[in-house]
Design a protein around this ligand. Sequence first.
Ligand SMILES: *[C@@H]1O[C@H](CO)[C@@H](O)[C@H](O)[C@H]1NC(C)=O
Ligand SMILES: *[C@@H]1O[C@H](CO)[C@@H](O)[C@H](O)[C@H]1NC(C)=O
Ligand SMILES: *[C@@H]1O[C@H](CO)[C@@H](O)[C@H](O)[C@H]1NC(C)=O
Length: 221
Amino acid sequence: MSSPAAQERRDGVQLMSAVLLLLLLSLSGCYSMDVLVPGNINALNGSTIKIPCTFTSCYKMDTTKFSMNWTYQESLNDTEELLMTYYRKKGMVPVRSERFGERVTFVGNLEKNDLSITLSDVQVEDVGIYNCYVRNPPDRIQGHGVIQLNVVTELTPPRDSTIAVAIGASVGGALALLILSMVVVKCLRRHRTQELISEEKMEEEGKLEAEGVAEEETKQP
Ligand SMILES: *[C@@H]1O[C@H](CO)[C@@H](O)[C@H](O)[C@H]1NC(C)=O
Ligand SMILES: *[C@@H]1O[C@H](CO)[C@@H](O)[C@H](O)[C@H]1NC(C)=O
Ligand SMILES: *[C@@H]1O[C@H](CO)[C@@H](O)[C@H](O)[C@H]1NC(C)=O
């Protein structure tokens, strides 16, 4: 039979050790498995897009125990299609599928806990959810990152027509300017020739007058 005092002491010791354990855990800066991914990615069709996934873990990656899978699903409740998986001997290996063919490539770095992939020649049908599952024993938690990929289509025809309109407008504008300047030049020239003609007339009239005067002078001795 333990006395109430002994019981209290034991409780105290238990509490102390719990506090100490928590303190040690927080001091070591060790956080449990966490998978870091962007929630959303927008990609232009035809382009190559990186789908990032990194993780944190208390433990350094043990390549003999580590496992990871990339999967794709059209929407939340659809079945998951395997894109890429990790093999102990071969490392990261893309899984060929009808949908993705050989468009999935590993671009991460296992030593840096980087599991990122790229998807090349993005298709409109690639829209959906990309899952990054990570297990890094002895960490017991299975990490799970979820990425929603949206595909933006390049609007080629409208852009072309706006360019055509822009070109048409500028060519038309240039032509209009050219015609306008030609008209202006012609007007100016006509104006000037008129002036010249009148000047010549005046000069000639002046000459005639002067000659007339001269004649009159010569007539009169
Ligand atoms: C992107 O999608 C649009 C519309 O479906 C298509 O016209 C265009 O050719 C595509 N571009 C590429 C590079 O696949
Ligand atoms: C990846 O898939 C394999 C086979 O389905 C499974 O055994 C493994 O637990 C999976 N790993 C992760 C991290 O989901
Ligand atoms: C997915 O399935 C669950 C039940 O299995 C259902 O409640 C939920 O509405 C479904 N979600 C979608 C997007 O279909």
